[in-house]
Design a protein around this ligand. Structure first.
Ligand code: FAD
Ligand code: FES
Length: 254
């Protein structure tokens, strides 16, 4: 992990309220899917850095992609950054998904989908089957990017305006027997993890989730991002930024 100066190569709107930013670095280190970066905003009134997952990366070109929704003042500032501007970026932070088996089911919901391309890029020897869900057609992102490197991509929308109609968790569960994955990696809002727990109950493969918490320091020092886990040795707290963001779904107290 290192504080780096990034040059913004591109920062464009790609869907309803969603932007894609490509950052180029002078030096780059190996990244795992679900690791994140912390951006210092070019606005002195925004003191805290804003965390975003490394959506995808190119080790040779030394670039990282960030796909973000504009939800408040910080992301509003970020959407105004122009190509050629420089940003202070701390990366890579946290742990990542570490596939052990060969066939991996990826499930992403909303902006959680932004975690998935990097998981595939970081593990070229694995076979990935992606299931991505959005509220409606206007919010669909990263379908093409995933389709170019996964064995299959299925899109679901809550209102049926694009792809299959329904929750992505249900769509993925219906496909489970045919895909027979060795592991399942999920990224989305907490409500989706509750749905996965229920829908995939009794399924005998490890399910990992990437947690999202409000963050302060991003490097394990402030404890703002604590989350409760239940392990064989009892209940306790972990730091999402340093011990995670990836955890076994079974261990997370939702
Ligand atoms: C490890 C990690 C990875 C992330 N990756 C992405 C990503 O790839 N793409 C993306 O769009 N967003 C991602 N986020 C969320 C992103 O950091 C927040 O949306 C952003 O910091 C909001 O900043 P803001 O100043 O615009 O909004 P604020 O004014 O700070 O908040 C606006 C709204 O966003 C909510 N919000 C702010 N931070 C978070 C958070 N950490 N988790 C959930 N809700 C939040 C607030 O509750 C509020 O409703 C990630 C967060 C974490 C912790
Ligand atoms: S954000 Fe400070 S410990 Fe995680």
């Amino acid at each position: 992990m290192k504080d780096r100066i990034a040059t913004v190569k591109e920062n464009v709107q790609v869907a309803d309220g969603i932007w894609s930013m490509t950052l180029a670095f002078d030096d780059f280190e190996k990244v795992e899917g679900a690791q994140f970066l912390d951006i210092k905003l070019p606005d002195k009134s925004k003191i805290l850095r804003r965390p975003f997952c490394i959506c995808d990366f190119d080790e040779k070109k030394k670039t990282a992609l960030v796909c973000y929704a504009v939800v408040g003042g910080g992301t509003e500032v970020l959407s105004g950054v122009k190509a050629g501007e420089k940003l202070n970026v701390l990366l890579p932070l946290g742990n990542g998904y570490r596939p052990v088996g060969k066939r991996i089911m990826l499930i992403g919901g909303g902006m959680g989908v932004a975690v998935l391309p990097a998981v595939v890029t970081a593990n070229p020897d694995k076979e990935f089957f992606s299931y991505i869900g959005f509220a409606n057609a206007g919010k669909v992102v990263l379908e093409k990017e995933l389709a170019s490197k996964c064995a299959g991509v299925t899109v679901a929308t809550d209102d049926g305006s694009y792809g299959k109609k329904g929750f992505v968790t249900t769509v993925a569960r219906e496909a489970f027997d045919a895909v027979r994955p060795d592991e399942i990696f999920v990224c989305g809002p907490e409500v989706m993890y509750k749905a996965v727990r229920k829908t995939f109950e009794g399924v005998d493969v490890p399910i990992y989730v990437s947690l999202e918490q409000r963050m302060g320091c991003g490097i394990g020092a402030c404890l703002v991002c604590n989350c409760k886990v239940k392990r064989a040795d009892g209940e306790g707290y972990v730091r999402v930024c340093k011990d995670g963001p990836v955890f076994l779904l079974n261990e997370v107290v939702l």
